[in-house]
Design a protein around this ligand. Structure first.
Ligand code: AKG
Ligand code: FE2
Length: 239
């Protein structure tokens, strides 16, 4: 893993984490062997503990799901133990993920493997307004640590194209990512960031930012009720 020479600090990347042939096999599995929710937008499948769209922590009611065979060789080994929560997501062209930080109290280390088409991830410091785009190239493993994990939000814009620095317009295509999360011992974060840290916020009696939560839980309800999610809720809430 090499740290990228950018703000925020703490963005580490390993390109070519797997070979193109391995990636091709995985995409075949994703497209032919997995059962995805039947709705538009970004789709998620969970392994290990299940991510809760209510608390943004772990869903305590769902037992640990063992990692499938195809996933085991894709687990990062640099944390000394397997992750606790793994989320495979499919981004159809045009879909993204709103700006957020992964819950500080529940999760400690955070990694993401990119497969399929490239896409830009935008890091944003809400205090200074500074933004940095990182190109998530296929087969690269990203680690978000330090400032990039705790003090900057990250997002993927919902749009059909990305414009590269040389002006080239790149069409979005199918992308998959695998997010790996390790539970934080003790379940409290000591970073003290009252803008982004749920532990710091709860200590000063501030309710968390619920917008993304609302979006996700609405999408989940719609999935349960098999109601089509209207296009408008799939747009980013760029706050
Ligand atoms: O798709 C990605 O690479 C990252 C997704 C993400 O930010 C998350 O699942 O929390
Ligand atoms: Fe995230």
């Amino acid at each position: 893993m090499e740290e990228l020479p950018i703000s925020p600090s703490g963005v580490l990347m390993q390109t070519n984490f797997i070979t193109p042939a391995h990636e091709e096999k995985l995409v075949h599995i994703f497209q032919n062997e997995l059962e995805w929710p039947d709705r538009p937008g970004r789709l998620s499948l969970h392994y290990g503990y299940t991510f809760s769209y209510k608390t943004f922590g772990i869903d305590e009611n769902i037992p640990f799901k063992p990692f499938p065979d195809w996933l085991v060789p894709l687990l990062p080994t640099t944390e000394g133990r397997q992750p606790d929560q793994v989320c495979l997501q499919h981004y159809a062209p045009g879909t993204g993920i709103p700006p957020h930080v992964d819950t500080h109290s529940t999760y400690d280390q955070l990694y993401a493997l990119s497969l399929g088409a490239p896409v830009f991830m935008q890091f944003r410091d809400k205090v200074s307004g500074e933004r940095t785009d990182v190109d998530l190239v296929p087969r690269s493993m990203l680690q978000m640590s330090g400032d990039s994990r705790l003090h900057w939000t990250h997002s993927i814009k919902s749009r059909k194209t990305d414009t590269l620095s040389d002006g080239t317009v790149r069409l979005r295509q199918d992308r998959w990512s695998i997010t790996y999360r390790w539970l934080r011992e003790g379940g409290e974060c000591e970073c003290g960031d009252e803008n982004l840290c749920d532990t710091a916020q709860s200590r000063i009696g501030v309710e968390r930012e619920y917008r993304w939560k609302q979006y996700e839980s609405d999408a989940k309800k719609d999935e349960e009720n098999k109601v089509t999610v209207p296009d408008v809720v799939q747009k980013d809430h760029d706050v």
